[in-house]
Ligand binder design. Sequence first.
Ligand code: 3AM
Length: 178
Amino acid sequence: MAQRFFIAIRPPGEIRDSLIDRMEALDGARWQDDDQLHLTLRFVGEADPRQVDDLMAALQSVSAPPFALAIAGVGHFERKGVPHTLWAGVTQSERLAVLRNRVERACRRAGFPAETRKFAPHITIARLNRSTAPPEEWLARHADLASEPWPVDSFVLYESRLDPGGSTYEPVMRYRFA
Ligand code: 3AM
């Protein structure tokens, strides 16, 4: 079976710790492990080894100015009115958008179809089961989530494996873009 990949920014340990601090007893929430915390720049999906070689070559040539990101607030995604993800937001950054666009172009150069969905930068911190308890109370209590800015000058190609217990994300390669 073809493997699945995505490209993401990996926050440093102290930022991840500050997110882990907000994980608490919440009905229906499956909190992400430390290993799973990332900000997705581009979901790539299935790729065979030759496509991965092309992708890695294209990512090698991505260059962009470095920037700083900070955690800012929390939110959720829902489908058909049912919340399924809790996330931490990041500060608005034009340079993050530039990096994302260059990564997107690299994916297209490597032969992957264009991403048509709008970029919505976030760090997923929980997946929600079909829960009876809506997350409003958690969202309100953590609306003030914030961090010091951290410098971003690299991104990571991850392999995503779907295991019975959830997804595991294996870093394949780190790319310095700045
Ligand atoms: O960045 P997060 O964790 O929100 O939901 C998946 C995860 O997003 C998303 O890619 C990230 C790494 O797995 N993902 C999984 N399947 C996807 C798909 N078919 C997808 N994104 C878009 N299309």
